[in-house]
Design a binder for this molecule. Structure first.
Ligand SMILES: C[S@@+](CC[C@H](N)C(=O)[O-])C[C@H]1O[C@@H](n2cnc3c(N)ncnc32)[C@H](O)[C@@H]1O
Length: 181
């Protein structure tokens, strides 16, 4: 898919399904550039607008070509010191973590404006962020999931519970050039 095509798609998506809604992602010190690249791709597919991350590890890893579609040039990807200070205005903080007392994702009603925060591959979301979150949500899996897989599942769940575009026109816009069906 060309850059122009992707940008058109994001703009169309924003106007159609995400009017007055702002979805962004916060990553606590992500380790793997491959995971961040997959999350950026998910942002483009599901209509999330920005990724904020803490720590140095992604900064070191990001040039190693995991982001083959160069999504970080399309989805703003911003290194910050404090995720909560970067919370987009009007957004609810939704921590995604396996923690006692959290809401199971299948039962969760997503806020219109959401800032979803995920932990790193080798730790979890720090307690001070969990304490200040508006919502804490977990996916009832048997083991902890891969970081990028978790973000994809959360964004898919949001889409599945939304009034999404069911038209053939949208399918035509979304598919890759290699799909000749
Ligand atoms: C690979 S997991 C972290 C692994 C981990 N804390 C450990 O035990 O090594 C990376 C992040 O994905 C998210 N995550 C993974 N599985 C999850 C689940 N079942 N429910 C909610 N969040 C999950 C959390 O944000 C977590 O911090």
């Amino acid at each position: 898919m060309s850059y122009e095509h992707t940008i058109n798609l994001i703009e169309a998506e924003t106007q159609k399904n995400y009017l007055d809604r702002f979805v962004s992602i916060g990553l606590v010190n992500p380790k793997s550039a491959t995971n961040v690249a997959s999350i950026l791709r998910a942002c483009s597919c599901y209509g999330a607008s920005a990724v904020f991350y803490t720590g140095q590890r992604f900064g070191y890893a990001k040039e190693f070509n995991a982001d083959t579609k160069k999504m970080r040039h399309i989805i703003p990807t911003v290194g910050v010191d404090d995720l909560l200070k970067m919370k987009p205005e009007g957004s609810k903080v939704v921590v995604i973590e396996l923690v006692e007392g959290a809401t199971p994702l299948p039962e969760f009603k997503h806020p219109d404006n959401a800032f979803y925060i995920f932990g790193p591959e080798d730790a979890s979301v720090p307690p001070d962020i969990v304490e200040l979150a508006d919502h804490v949500v977990y996916i009832p899996t048997k083991n902890s999931m891969n970081l990028a897989a978790t973000a994809n599942v959360v964004l898919y769940d949001r889409l599945a519970k939304s009034d999404y575009d069911r038209s053939d026109e949208f399918i035509k816009l979304s598919r890759d050039n290699n799909n000749n069906l």
